[in-house]
Design a protein around this ligand. Structure first.
Ligand code: UN1
Length: 504
C-alpha cells in the first residue's frame, strides 16, 4: 500500500484543497480516509474551511478568463497530456481506488481506464465543437450557431466511482474551455487528492493554474456553497435521488444548470429464447460487481416463466461461489461495502424483504470479519414488494417471473428510477419492442448486455428520478457550453423576419 501512496505523492497528512496551488493548512478540520477492507485508517486529508472554499472558487473563476480564450485544440492538447499522465499511473491509481473504495482491482483499474478513454474522447472533441449553419429566410443574411465556454463548473462526485465521474466532467469541461471546482465524496478523499496532484502537475508544466481545483469538505459547507455560488453556472452532481432533489431546486432557484446522475433501479429482462449462460454472467456482473454499489447495478431480473426455474437454479448455484474478500486479491469478485452505514442499510433492507414476503434464496448476511463485508443476496420477489422499488446501494438482487413481453416491460418501467436496462433475447421483435417508444423508459437500453459497464462513447444518464442528466460521450458536451445563435446581415437593407413591414 505504501508504494502506491508514495508513487501518487500522498503522505500521512494531505491537504485536500487546491486553488492556485495546494493550500498548505486548510481550516476545515481533519478527515480520516478509512480502508473498508480492514476498517483501518489509510491517511488524513485536511478539509476546506470557508475561506479556503472562497480561494478555490475565486481561483477557478479567475482561470476561466484566460482558459476560455485558448483555442480549443490547444486545450485538447493539454487534456492529451493529462491522459498520458494517467496512463503512467494507471496501476497505482487503480490500486488506490480499490484500497479506499473497496472495489476489486480489475474494477479499480477499469475505472482509471475510463478516465483515460474520456481523455482521448475529449482530445478529439476539442476539434469538433461544431455548431450548425442555417439558411436565413432573408437575402444576403447568414445564420449560424456557435458554442462558447460556459464558466466554472461545480462537480460533486460520489464514492462509488471516485475518479471516473470526475473525468467524465473534467475532460469534457476542460476541452470546452470551462474550469472546475471538484468536491469529491468525503468517503474517498485520497483518490481525489491523487487525481488533483496528477492534473495540477500537468497544468503547471503548461504554465497554467486554476483550471482544475479541489475542495474536499463537508456537503453542508462546501457542497451547499457550490449550489448557491453564482460564479458556477453549472453544477454536475452524482448521488442519491433525495440529495439530487435538493441540488435541482437550489440550482433552479438561481437559474443555474444542473446535470443530475441520481438513483437507478436497473433490470434485466430474460426471454424464453435467451442464451441463459450469457444472461447468468451478465446478471452476476451487474448484481455483484462493485458489491452492488454502481448506479447501473442490476437490482431486478424479470424472467419469462419459460426460463424462470432454469435461470433461478443457475443463479442459486453461482451465488455461493462468488468469492468475497480482499479487493486487492485477483481471485476476489466482490470486495466490502464502503462503510458500516452501508452494511446497516443492507441489513435493514433484508428485514424489510422478509417482512414483505420475499424469499431469501441465497446470502444476505453480514460476514463476521473485520471490514464491511456481506454476502450478496438473491431474493425471490413479487411485484407487491415496496422494497424492490427502492435503490438499496448493496448487492441485493430481486427475481420476478412474468408471462409476456408486455408484462415484463410494464413491471420494468413501474419503478421511479430510469437509468439502465437490458433484455436478453435473440428474437428481433422482442428486442425491438424493448428498444421502441413503448419499451424501456431508461436512458440506457441494452440487448444481450447487462445493465452496468457502459462505454464512454455514449451519453450516460437516465430519466425520471435518475435526474435526466447526460455525461461522457455523444453530444453531452453541449451542457458544458453556451449556445449562441448568430445572424449576420451583409446586405444594404434591413428586411425583417416573418416579412414584417415597419416603415418610417
Ligand atoms: C455510476 O455507477 O455512477 O456504466 C457510474 C457503468 C460505469 C459507470 C457507472 N461505466 O457501470
Amino acid at each position: 500500500m505504501k508504494d502506491c501512496l508514495s508513487e501518487l505523492g500522498l503522505r500521512d497528512v494531505n491537504s485536500g484543497v487546491f486553488a492556485d496551488g495546494w493550500v498548505e493548512h486548510p481550516s476545515g478540520g481533519e478527515l480520516v480516509s478509512v480502508n473498508p477492507t480492514t476498517g483501518e485508517p489509510i491517511a488524513v486529508v485536511l478539509q476546506a474551511g470557508e475561506t479556503d472554499y472562497e480561494h478555490v472558487a475565486a481561483a477557478a473563476t479567475r482561470a476561466f478568463e484566460s482558459w476560455r480564450l485558448l483555442p480549443a485544440p490547444r486545450r485538447g492538447e493539454i487534456v492529451r497530456q493529462l491522459g498520458d499522465e494517467l496512463r503512467r499511473h494507471r496501476a497505482a491509481l487503480g490500486r488506490l481506488v480499490s484500497i479506499e473504495m473497496g472495489k476489486v482491482l480489475a474494477e479499480g483499474e477499469g475505472e482509471v481506464q475510463e478516465m483515460i478513454d474520456m481523455g482521448d474522447f475529449a482530445v478529439g472533441l476539442s476539434r469538433q465543437l461544431y455548431g450548425h449553419s442555417m439558411n436565413s429566410e432573408r437575402p444576403s443574411h447568414r445564420m449560424y450557431e456557435q458554442w462558447h465556454p460556459l464558466g466554472t463548473v461545480g462537480v460533486i462526485t460520489s464514492f462509488n466511482f471516485p475518479v471516473a465521474v470526475w473525468a467524465w466532467n473534467a475532460m469534457i469541461a476542460a476541452a470546452c474551455g470551462d474550469t472546475l471546482v471538484w468536491k469529491p465524496s468525503s468517503t474517498t478523499p485520497l483518490t481525489a487528492v491523487a487525481v488533483q496532484k496528477i492534473a495540477s502537475r500537468v497544468m503547471e508544466r503548461n504554465g497554467l493554474t486554476g483550471v482544475f481545483t479541489l475542495a474536499v469538505g463537508r456537503g453542508s459547507m462546501v457542497g451547499e456553497r457550490m449550489l448557491h455560488d453564482r460564479r458556477m453556472p453549472l453544477i454536475s452532481f452524482t448521488g442519491s435521488t433525495s440529495q439530487g432533489r435538493h441540488v435541482a431546486t437550489a440550482t433552479a432557484e438561481r437559474f443555474a444548470r444542473s446535470i443530475l446522475e441520481l438513483g437507478g433501479n436497473n433490470a434485466i429482462i430474460v426471454m424464453p429464447d435467451a442464451d441463459l449462460e450469457l444472461a447468468r454472467r451478465a446478471v452476476l456482473f451487474g448484481a455483484v460487481g462493485t458489491a452492488g454499489q454502481r448506479c447501473t447495478s442490476t437490482r431486478r431480473v424479470i424472467m419469462h416463466r419459460a426460463v424462470a426455474v432454469d435461470l433461478t437454479e443457475k443463479l442459486r448455484r453461482a451465488y455461493p461461489s462468488v468469492r468475497v474478500g480482499d479487493p486487492l486479491d485477483r481471485a476476489t469478485l466482490m470486495g466490502p461495502l464502503v462503510d458500516g452505514d452501508a452494511v446497516e442499510t443492507m441489513m435493514r433492507a433484508m428485514e424489510q424483504i422478509r417482512a414483505e414476503g420475499g424469499e431469501v434464496l441465497r446470502g444476505g448476511n453480514r460476514l463476521d470479519r473485520p471490514g464491511h463485508f456481506v454476502e450478496p443476496a438473491l431474493i425471490k420477489a413479487h411485484a407487491g414488494m415496496k422494497i424492490c422499488r427502492e435503490e438499496t446501494f448493496a448487492p441485493i438482487l430481486y427475481l420476478f417471473t412474468v408471462d409476456t413481453i408486455e408484462e415484463a416491460i410494464a413491471l420494468h418501467n413501474s419503478v421511479d428510477q430510469g437509468l439502465s436496462s437490458a433484455i436478453f433475447t435473440r428474437n428481433m421483435q422482442w428486442a425491438e419492442t424493448f428498444l421502441s417508444a413503448r419499451g424501456s423508459d431508461c436512458g440506457i437500453a441494452n440487448v444481450n448486455i447487462g445493465t452496468s459497464g457502459a462505454e464512454i462513447g455514449g451519453a450516460f444518464g437516465g430519466e425520471k428520478e435518475t435526474g435526466g442528466g447526460r455525461e461522457a460521450g455523444s453530444d453531452s458536451w453541449k451542457a458544458y457550453m453556451r449556445r449562441q445563435t448568430c445572424t449576420l446581415n451583409w446586405s444594404n437593407d434591413l428586411p425583417l423576419a416573418q416579412g414584417v413591414q415597419f416603415e418610417f
